[in-house]
Design a binder for this molecule. Structure first.
Ligand code: C5P
Length: 236
C-alpha cells in the first residue's frame, strides 16, 4: 500500500426485494459467507484499499459490525435509496480520503484485479474511473407496445460495474449538490462535465439481483478455488 489513503464506500443497505430472501440482500450468504463480508474481503484483498465504510440498514449496524471483526471498517446506517446510502458513507470517509471507491455489496465475487485497475487509473490522474464490459447481446429500444423503435450500435455500448473510483474531492463536490437518485455515481461526475475513464471489468464482478444470480454465484464458488480472503481467484 502506498500513496494517499484509499477508502471504499460499500453500499449494502438495499432491501433485496427482487431476491426475495426475507432479509436485506447483503446479508444473504453465498457458500456460507454473507455477501457483504465477501465484498469487504474482496476489496481488502486487493492490497490497495486502506479502509471500508460499510452502509447497512439502520437496524443492522451492530450485526454488520459483528460480521466483520478485525477488518479496517466503519459501519454506518444507510438511506432510502442507493444515492442516500452512498452519501451517508461518503460523509463518514473524512477529507483525508484522496481516492474514494464506491462498490456494491451486491457484487461479492469481484476480483481484486478490478479494484487494482480502478485505483491505478485514479492514481494516474483520472477524476472518475469505471470498470466496464462490452455488451454482447444486440440491444434494441421499444415503444410502450413493445414494438421495436431502433437498434442501438452495440460497438459503442459498455455495461458498467463497480467499484467505481474517484478523486475524493470530485465525488464530495458531486454529492454536495444533493443529487437526485442515480444508479451510478459516475453519472454525477458526468453531470459536472468531467470526463469519466474506463478500465476493463470482469464477468465475476456481476451484480447479484435475482435468485438466478444467486444460483450462478453459488455455482461459481463451487467451481473456482477459494481466495484466501474470501473472494475467488481470477485472471485479473
Ligand atoms: O438495488 P441494487 O442491487 O441496484 O443496489 C445496489 C447496491 O446498493 C446494493 O449493494 C444495495 O445494498 C445498495 N443499496 C443501498 N441502499 C439502498 C438501496 C440499495 O445501500 N437504499
Amino acid at each position: 500500500m502506498s500513496g494517499s489513503p484509499v477508502v471504499t464506500v460499500l453500499p449494502a443497505a438495499g432491501s433485496g426485494a427482487r431476491l426475495g430472501a426475507g432479509m436485506p440482500k447483503a446479508f444473504v450468504e453465498i457458500g456460507g459467507v454473507p455477501m457483504l463480508v465477501r465484498a469487504v474481503d474482496g476489496v481488502l484483498a486487493s492490497g490497495v484499499v486502506d479502509h471500508v465504510v460499510v452502509v447497512v440498514p439502520v437496524e443492522l449496524v451492530r450485526d454488520a459490525a459483528g460480521l466483520l471483526p478485525g477488518r479496517p471498517v466503519t459501519v454506518v446506517p444507510g438511506g432510502a435509496d442507493r444515492t442516500a446510502s452512498v452519501a451517508a458513507g461518503l460523509a463518514a470517509t473524512g477529507p483525508e480520503a484522496e481516492v474514494v471507491l464506491v462498490h456494491d455489496a451486491a457484487r461479492p465475487l469481484t476480483p481484486a484485479g478490478v479494484v487494482r485497475r480502478v485505483v491505478g487509473a485514479v492514481r494516474a490522474g483520472a477524476a472518475a474511473v469505471i470498470p466496464v464490459l462490452p455488451v454482447t447481446d444486440t440491444v434494441k429500444t421499444v415503444d410502450e407496445a413493445g414494438i421495436v423503435t431502433a437498434t442501438v450500435d452495440r460497438s459503442t455500448l459498455r455495461a458498467v460495474q463497480t467499484p467505481q473510483g474517484f478523486r475524493g474531492r470530485e465525488l464530495r463536490l458531486a454529492y454536495a449538490r444533493g443529487p437526485d437518485p442515480v444508479t451510478d455515481d459516475a453519472g454525477l461526475i458526468e453531470a459536472l462535465g468531467a470526463p469519466v475513464a474506463t478500465v476493463a471489468g470482469d464477468p465475476l464482478a456481476f451484480k447479484v439481483t435475482t435468485v438466478w444470480d444467486l444460483r450462478i454465484a453459488e455455482l461459481l464458488l463451487a467451481d473456482v478455488p477459494a481466495h484466501p480472503a474470501g473472494g475467488v481467484r481470477s485472471t485479473g
